[in-house]
Each structure stands twice: as structure tokens, then as C-alpha cells.
Design a protein around this ligand. Structure first.
Ligand SMILES: [Mg+2]
Length: 218
């Protein structure tokens, strides 16, 4: 069994097939939309005026901007009860199931590892039965630890610029896909940087991944 530094994870036994490393929040589970609903339920609102949480959360009662510590506490409470809020991203389960016929799929989430058990249950409820790594460390070294010197094609799917660029730095041959479920925040997102392809949705991502696995014979 493989061990990834600074992470908690399921048993990881890769086959000799291609590898798809896939983020969770905003990629296979909705995050922004349910977090907005959670905030309203708790007397706050997320105003989508820029691509960030801090500075965009306000009290519904008096309209005052919510401080960083309170936003962090709300996020913690949200992750604790994520199984009551988060739902699958459209087509993610079907796309991954098709890809998993030809590739190993591993989830890599930046969520604090203490919420691992509830997330594992939530994923399995929705048919996402792939091993999960939870770490707050950079994603590039984690993908490097996973893939090592293997020669199979590798794909990394994430909504966050810094995660994509971290993997680009550590495993340069990776096909890097930027995918974000929430339309409003996707429209405000910074460009994911050089070497990253932007996928509109899972159908698009799946097509790009298949093309990477099977380069045209030409
Ligand atoms: Mg994410």
C-alpha cells in the first residue's frame, strides 16, 4: 500500500492503467451552491462579487461583512454537516464510471482530513466509490507521490488555479483540466494559467481525458 505524506487516505493500489486524479469540491460535489444555502440557513449570505469567500460573506440581519474567523467557523460547520447539503455535480458519476473502465480514479481533496469519514459516506451514497486522499498540503507533491516514475497517462481535474499549477510543477506531463460546477463563480474565476485546459462540464472533460488516453493515430 502506498503512503502519501501529510495526508489521510484510503488504501491506494494503482493498476498499470492511466490515472485520473480528481478534486471533489466544485468538481464532483457541488460546493458553492449548497454553501450559499447553508449560509442563508444560518443567517448569512455569500454575495458573488469576486472569486473568493472571505470579504463576500455578510450578515443577513444587519448587512455587516463577516470576519475571517467567523467565515472559517461557518465553513467548518458546513463540512461537518456536508452530507445534509452537498449534492453531486451533474454527470460526474456517469463520466467517472465510464472513465474507470479504462483508468484508475483517485480523489484528492483539500478538505481538512478530520471530515474524511462523513465525506467518504457521502461520496459512496452517490456512486463515487473511488479511493480518497484528504490533505491540506499542496496537491503537486501528492500527485507526484501517487504517480512516481510510472509512464501511464495522468490527468488532474480541479477548480483552483494554485492546485493545477502545483501539479504542473511537480508532474509536468499531466493533462491539467480546470472544471468548476458553479456558473457564477466560474465566470469570475481567474484564468487557470499556462498549460491548463478549461472544461465546460463533465461531458467536455470526459472527451478531453479520452483524447489524452488515446492519442490520435495520425
Ligand atoms: Mg475544488
Amino acid at each position: 500500500m502506498m503512503l502519501i505524506p501529510d495526508a489521510e487516505h484510503d488504501d491506494l493500489m494503482l493498476t498499470d492503467r492511466p490515472l485520473v486524479v480528481c478534486d471533489i469540491d466544485e468538481v464532483v460535489l457541488e460546493f458553492v451552491t449548497p454553501f450559499q444555502a447553508f449560509l442563508v440557513d444560518n443567517g448569512f449570505e455569500l454575495r458573488p462579487t469576486s472569486f473568493r469567500l472571505n470579504g463576500n460573506v455578510f450578515s443577513l440581519e444587519d448587512g455587516v461583512e463577516t470576519g475571517k474567523d467567523k467565515v472559517a467557523a461557518l465553513l467548518e460547520a458546513f463540512f461537518t454537516s456536508q452530507d445534509q447539503w452537498q449534492t453531486p455535480v451533474t454527470a460526474a458519476a456517469d463520466s467517472l464510471a465510464r472513465l474507470a473502465e479504462h483508468a484508475d480514479v483517485v480523489f484528492l481533496t483539500a478538505m481538512p482530513p478530520r471530515h474524511r469519514a462523513v465525506r467518504r459516506r457521502l461520496l459512496s451514497q452517490h456512486g463515487f466509490d473511488y479511493p480518497m486522499i484528504a490533505t491540506e498540503a499542496a496537491k503537486g507533491p501528492a500527485v507526484m507521490a501517487l504517480h512516481g516514475a510510472r509512464t501511464q497517462p495522468v490527468v488532474f481535474v480541479d477548480d483552483i488555479f494554485t492546485n493545477l499549477q502545483s501539479v504542473r510543477e511537480h508532474v509536468p506531463d499531466t493533462l491539467l483540466l480546470n472544471l468548476m460546477a458553479n456558473d457564477t463563480f466560474r465566470a469570475m474565476a481567474p484564468h487557470p494559467g499556462d498549460g491548463v485546459d478549461i472544461a465546460d462540464d463533465w461531458a467536455h472533460a470526459e472527451a478531453l481525458i479520452r483524447a489524452h488516453f488515446t492519442p490520435a493515430a495520425a
